[in-house]
Design a protein around this ligand. Structure first.
Ligand SMILES: *[C@@H]1O[C@H](CO)[C@@H](O)[C@H](O)[C@H]1NC(C)=O
Ligand SMILES: *[C@@H]1O[C@H](CO)[C@@H](O)[C@H](O)[C@H]1NC(C)=O
Ligand SMILES: *[C@@H]1O[C@H](CO)[C@@H](O)[C@H](O)[C@H]1NC(C)=O
Ligand SMILES: *[C@@H]1O[C@H](CO)[C@@H](O)[C@H](O)[C@H]1NC(C)=O
Ligand SMILES: *[C@@H]1O[C@H](CO)[C@@H](O)[C@H](O)[C@H]1NC(C)=O
Ligand SMILES: *[C@@H]1O[C@H](CO)[C@@H](O)[C@H](O)[C@H]1NC(C)=O
Ligand SMILES: *[C@@H]1O[C@H](CO)[C@@H](O)[C@H](O)[C@H]1NC(C)=O
Ligand SMILES: *[C@@H]1O[C@H](CO)[C@@H](O)[C@H](O)[C@H]1NC(C)=O
Length: 238
């Protein structure tokens, strides 16, 4: 199965990782260490690919239908750019999420399994970046569905609420390192909405750029200018 879409991430030489990180809550390890399981009895099936739900990564915009009484509007460019947090998903209980990731990671590395990502991680903070077109009359935003890889096995030597022998399915984001930033594989798409709803979908990464994000020279500037042009266009012509 082909999961990796072109990312255009090579374009970005600057990353907002360091400043983006501060906006995410730190995940603290399970406080009651005696709860959980110490053995993941992997079923030895290779990694299964899965996809996480779509999450919105950009502000919604409206692309005006007409530029004026006589002319049809032009296509509008919308962009999304920021650092998004992706987490492990499992069907056991999310309470021990970080512990499950550690357990699976330890088990699979002990078996020398080559995984679709460098590690089986609980939390990945990765750069998402995309530019899409809205047609005249459309309102919408850019969304992303992260690709994950999953392993299944029985949980043993458990203490606490997890029943001995529970079959768990654990899915971690498929990530890789691109120069100075991390990317997660997945699909970008445009979700269209009613134009009256546009104001309900602000930029989810707004606080990141406000908190001192470094926009890299030309490319970033272009994209920022395009984004501003689109917003201005929308403001002036709605
Ligand atoms: C994913 O979407 C489905 C249906 O839209 C929903 O039932 C489910 O709770 C969502 N899962 C997560 C993890 O948000
Ligand atoms: C309508 O818009 C077009 C381009 O979008 C422009 O060339 C034209 O002059 C405009 N007409 C009026 C009456 O504003
Ligand atoms: C607008 O976008 C549509 C769909 O992406 C494309 O078919 C069309 O050629 C575009 N129009 C212009 C004027 O760029
Ligand atoms: C988790 O998913 C696997 C595979 O679908 C299933 O066999 C297992 O019973 C599920 N475990 C729980 C606790 O729901
Ligand atoms: C994994 O690799 C290490 C070192 O290369 C080796 O000692 C160990 O036996 C291997 N484990 C398995 C399960 O093959
Ligand atoms: C993934 O987890 C490993 C340890 O399991 C850690 O060394 C690594 O830094 C993590 N990677 C990311 C991108 O968080
Ligand atoms: C991405 O799209 C392809 C083709 O539509 C699909 O097969 C794949 O499962 C999708 N992956 C994710 C992570 O959504
Ligand atoms: C089982 O769990 C106990 C404590 O939770 C731990 O001390 C022990 O090493 C575990 N056994 C195995 C085989 O992992």
């Amino acid at each position: 199965m082909k999961l990796t879409q072109p990312f255009n991430c090579w374009m970005i030489l600057a990353t907002l990782l360091s400043c983006g990180q501060s906006t995410f809550a730190e995940y603290t390890e399970d406080p009651s260490k005696q709860e959980g399981c110490t053995i993941f009895d992997w079923n030895h099936e290779p990694a299964m690919m899965s996809a996480q739900n779509l999450s919105r990564i950009g502000a919604a915009h409206y692309c005006p239908l007409h530029s004026n009484e006589t002319f049809q509007g032009a296509n509008c460019t919308i962009t999304a750019y920021g650092d998004q947090m992706f987490t492990l998903s499992d069907n056991v209980t999310s309470t021990y999420r970080a512990s499950w990731a550690n357990l699976v990671e330890r088990t699979l590395s002990a078996e020398n399994v080559t995984m679709p990502a460098p590690h089986f991680n609980d939390t990945i903070i990765a750069t998402v970046e995309q530019t899409r077109i809205l047609q005249p009359g459309q309102a919408g935003y850019i969304a992303f569905s992260a690709a994950t890889f999953c392993y299944e096995g029985a949980l043993r030597n458990c203490t606490g609420k997890v029943k001995e022998g529970t079959i768990g399915r654990f899915c971690a984001p498929i990530w890789s390192q691109r120069r100075d930033h991390t990317v997660v594989s997945g699909n970008y798409s445009v979700v269209t909405i009613d134009k009256d709803q546009v104001s309900s979908y602000p930029d989810p990464f707004k606080s990141q750029s406000r908190s001192g994000g470094v926009w890299s020279s030309e490319i970033r500037g272009d994209m920022l200018a395009t984004g501003l042009a689109v917003s201005l266009f929308a403001v002036l012509l709605v």
